[in-house]
Design a protein around this ligand. Structure first.
Ligand SMILES: *Cc1c(COP(=O)(O)O)cnc(C)c1O
Length: 375
């Protein structure tokens, strides 16, 4: 645990204060920053398109890493500008019935993408914590099958792991495609669970640059898609995957993401997952007794996302601002729009990465006590 923590810390610029905001944006390594910078320089030296050709092997290595982490193959992967863009690409290419089943805790911006693409939403059964109830879902999906099933494997507003592999088995049993939002899951929990499509952003747990993401689709599902651009009736000689990745892109960001993916594989995705799960447990234990707050997740939930609900009227938005201004501690204010059909009130989210120590968490707990009495 400490070897990984030390390497992670040594590979990055020195942090100013405490960074407990990996669920929003992790700290990139110097190698990732340098690779993206180097690519931008190379574009100026030899021209953007010549530089792009030179960077192709790096970006292909990134594609292969995404394939490993999602259980797909490199040719199943396209780069996007983020997770929401990936979902929009997929849904705007959909040829089947425009009905989608998802959990009550579905991510608000995903619901917006679904609505904008004309999808009707059906609700999957969940327990009190927001976790999918698999056997009830199996019955509901068999009785009244939607066009597709969408699962956010790990939510933004709550660090609960969804039973993605079990749902994939259910979906395959009844012949329904399963699409997984892995924006919080990628680089954090296992994402190679047998889904038909998996998408994510780069800047969260995998610690790549902002403004880039990915979408992996099995060939069987890709065959059923009809990308909106270029117009299919023009019969241009593009495959579905080529159409989906068509267009201008920030190649420097893709290079950076590819390097971050290489670092993840080198460190061992399972090692990172294990340390993150342990940090989640430590965070929840450390914060269990802070007055005025309730930890939402079960202590042993294997994620590094901990959310705190105010029990005595503290305002998470003001507390977050105070922590930054007074202590240099970055957390997240998660407003109810993140999960409009599940959240009753905003929460404060604490999302440490593998370099966070027990001492850091103690410092945070003390700062939270101070913040709660100050604001
Ligand atoms: C951050 C997030 C997204 C959106 O990711 P972008 O790359 O910003 O589009 C989608 N789903 C979940 C669960 C997220 O946490």
């Amino acid at each position: 645990m400490t070897v990984l923590a030390d390497r992670w810390r040594a590979a990055r610029p020195k942090v100013a204060g405490l960074h407990l905001d990996s669920g929003a944006c992790s700290r990139q390594s110097l190698a990732v920053i340098d690779a993206a910078t180097q690519h931008a320089r190379h574009e100026a030296e030899v021209g953007g398109y010549v530089a792009a050709a030179a960077a192709a092997p790096v970006i292909d290595a990134g594609r292969s890493a995404i394939a490993v982490l999602t259980g797909m193959t490199a040719s199943d992967v396209v780069f996007t500008t983020g997770a929401n863009h990936a979902l929009d690409l997929l849904l705007s290419s959909w040829t089947g019935p425009r009905t989608v089943a998802c959990l009550p805790g579905e991510y608000g911006p995903n619901l917006a993408v679904m609505a904008a693409n004309g999808f009707d939403v059906r609700v999957l059964p969940a327990d009190r914590t927001g976790r999918l109830v698999v056997d009830e879902a199996a019955t509901a999906l068999a009785v009244s099958p939607p066009g597709l099933v969408h699962l956010t494997a790990l939510a933004s507003h709550r660090g609960i792991v969804q039973p993605a592999r079990e749902l994939a088995e259910v979906c395959h049993g009844v012949g329904l495609p399963l699409v997984i939002d892995a924006a919080q899951a990628f680089g954090h929990i296992d994402c190679a669970v047998g889904a038909d499509a998996v998408y994510s952003s780069s800047r969260k747990w995998i610690a790549g640059p902002r403004g880039v993401g990915m979408l992996a689709i099995t060939p069987a599902l890709a065959e059923r898609l009809r990308p909106r651009l270029p117009p299919p009736e023009w019969n241009l000689p593009f495959t579905v995957m080529q159409s989906l990745e068509h267009g201008e892109a920030n190649l420097a960001a893709r290079v950076g993401l590819s390097v971050a993916l290489g670092e993840n594989l080198a460190a061992g995705p399972e090692n990172i997952r294990a340390v993150l799960a342990e940090l989640g447990r430590l965070t929840r234990t450390t914060l269990a007794d802070v007055d005025g707050w309730r930890v939402v997740e079960p202590v042993d939930e294997p994620t590094a996302i901990t959310t705190l609900q105010a029990t005595a009227g503290a305002d998470p938005q003001r507390v977050r601002a105070w922590l930054i201004a007074e202590r240099g501690i970055v957390t997240t204010y998660a407003e109810v729009q993140r999960a409009p059909f599940e959240m009753a009130a905003p929460v404060l989210r604490v999302s440490p990465h593998v370099d966070t120590t027990a001492d850091d968490l103690e410092i945070f707990a003390e700062a939270l006590v101070a913040a709660t009495s100050e604001v």
